[in-house]
Write a protein that binds this ligand. Structure first.
Ligand code: FEO
Length: 387
C-alpha cells in the first residue's frame, strides 16, 4: 500500500473502497475513498482516519513513510464514522498522541467512543504551528455535521476540506489532472445534491471565508484531490449552494397501469415545446439519489402518482421524503396522476410539494385511462399556465 505525495511534506494515506454502493441511501455506483492525510514536520500530524475496516490500509501507508508511533497530532475534522471509525484502534496504538477537534467534535467523539483520549478543542478560528508549518483551523459547522471543520496548511496552500468538495469515486488516480474532469464534476454535483444541499447557507459562508485564502490544492475526505481545477470546483459550489435554477424540468413518476406514465410523457412534451431541458424519470428505473443530482438545477419539479389505497405509491412517497430532507428551495411544482375512485394520491403529492414552499401549478387528475380529449385539455391548461 503506497502513500501518495501531495507536496514534499504532505501525503495521502487513506483507503480505496471499490465495493461501496450504498452510502446511507445514496447510490455510490463508483465506490469511494476515505482520505486520510499525513503531514511531516517537527510535530507529525494525521488529518482524519478511515472507515474502521480500512485501518490496516491506512496504517500500511503511514508505515511506508514513518513509524505510526511518531504521530503527535490526530486531527478529527468530522466525527462521522467513515472518517473516525479507525480512530479507536489507532489511539490504542498511539495513546500519547493528542487529538485536535472542534468543541462539537470532542462531544461527538465522546458520544461515539467514550474513550479516555487526550483531546485539544478548537474554539473558533485558530492556528497551530507544527514546527515549520502553520495549520489554520476553520470551523464549518453543518457541512455536514455540527462538528465539521477544515484545515488550511498555510505554507503549502493546501485546504483539507473534509466533506466539502468531495466525490464518491474509487480510483487508483489521486489527482484531478489524472482523471476525467467531467466525471469528477458530475460526482461532486451528486455529492453536493445528496449530502451538502441542506446546508447551502453554511456552504456560502464557508466560500466567503475561503475567498481570502490562496488555495493551490483542495484535499477532500472523499474521492480525488483538486489541484488543477480549484477555481472550477469552487465556482460550481458557488452555483449549487446558491439554489440557482435554470430552464429545466423534471417529470418524476411511478405508474400502475401506464396511465400516469402517459400523462408524464405528455407533460414532458409540453415543457419541451416551451424550450425547457426535460428529464423524464421513472422511479422504477432511476435511483432517488440520481434524481437529486438532476434536481439541483431544475426550475420545475413535476411528480406523478396513481392512487393506491387512498395514498401515493410508496416509491413516490419515499422520493418525496428523501427530497424534503435535502430541502431544495425556490422551485415550482406540479402534481399529477390517474386514479380509479378516490384520487387522493395526487392530493398527497400536491400537499407535499406545497409544504416545501413551492409555487404550485393546478394539479392534473385523470380517472382510469386518459382519453385524447383529457390529454389535450391538460396540455392546453399547462401551456396556458406556463405563459
Ligand atoms: Fe464523509 Fe459526513 O462524512
Amino acid at each position: 500500500m503506497k502513500p501518495v505525495q501531495l507536496k514534499s511534506n504532505a501525503f495521502w494515506v487513506g483507503a480505496i473502497d471499490w465495493d461501496l454502493r450504498n452510502f446511507h441511501g445514496y447510490l455510490t455506483q463508483r465506490g469511494t475513498t476515505y482520505n486520510s492525510y499525513l503531514l511531516i514536520d517537527d510535530k507529525v500530524t494525521l488529518i482524519d482516519t478511515v472507515k474502521s475496516n480500512y485501518y490496516d490500509d491506512m496504517m500500511s501507508r503511514i508505515s511506508a513513510i514513518i513509524s505510526p508511533e511518531e504521530i503527535d497530532y490526530v486531527i478529527c475534522n468530522h466525527v462521522e464514522m467513515d472518517h473516525s471509525g479507525a480512530l479507536p484502534r489507532l489511539m490504542e496504538h498511539i495513546p500519547n498522541a493528542e487529538i485536535i477537534t472542534s468543541r462539537n467534535g470532542q462531544k461527538g467523539l465522546m458520544e461515539h467512543y467514550n474513550a479516555d483520549w487526550k483531546i485539544r478543542t478548537i474554539n473558533g478560528t485558530e492556528k497551530i504551528s507544527t514546527g515549520n508549518m502553520t495549520l489554520n483551523f476553520i470551523p464549518t459547522p453543518m457541512v455536514h455535521w455540527p462538528d465539521n471543520m477544515v484545515v488550511y496548511m498555510e505554507e503549502e496552500k493546501i485546504l483539507f476540506s473534509n466533506d466539502a468538495f468531495g466525490q464518491h469515486i474509487a480510483t487508483s488516480e489521486r489527482f484531478d489532472d489524472e482523471y476525467h474532469l467531467d466525471i469528477m464534476t458530475e460526482e461532486a454535483r451528486k455529492y453536493f445534491a445528496n449530502i451538502v444541499l441542506p446546508y447551502s447557507e453554511q456552504v456560502k459562508n464557508t466560500l466567503e471565508m475561503l475567498d481570502n485564502i490562496d488555495i493551490e490544492i483542495i484535499a477532500p475526505s472523499h474521492g480525488i484531490i483538486w489541484r488543477s481545477n480549484v477555481p472550477h470546483i469552487i465556482d460550481n459550489y458557488r452555483q449549487w449552494s446558491g439554489n440557482l435554477t435554470r430552464k429545466k424540468t423534471l417529470v418524476i413518476y411511478d405508474t400502475m397501469w401506464k396511465s400516469t406514465e402517459i400523462m408524464a410523457k405528455e407533460i414532458a412534451s409540453v415543457f419541451l415545446t416551451r424550450g425547457y431541458e426535460v428529464r423524464l424519470l421513472n422511479l422504477q428505473t432511476n435511483h432517488i439519489s440520481d434524481i437529486m443530482t438532476e434536481l439541483i438545477e431544475a426550475e420545475y419539479i413535476c411528480i406523478g402518482s396513481p392512487t393506491l389505497n387512498n395514498n401515493m405509491l410508496p416509491t413516490v412517497s419515499a422520493f418525496l421524503t428523501y427530497m424534503k430532507g435535502l430541502a431544495p428551495r425556490n422551485r415550482k411544482g406540479l402534481a399529477f396522476g390517474s386514479y380509479g375512485w378516490g384520487g387522493q394520491g395526487v392530493d398527497h403529492v400536491h400537499d407535499n410539494l406545497t409544504s416545501c414552499g413551492y409555487e404550485m401549478l393546478t394539479p392534473f387528475k385523470v380517472k382510469y385511462i386518459p382519453s385524447r380529449d383529457e390529454i389535450n385539455d391538460m396540455k392546453k391548461k399547462l401551456i396556458a399556465a406556463l405563459e
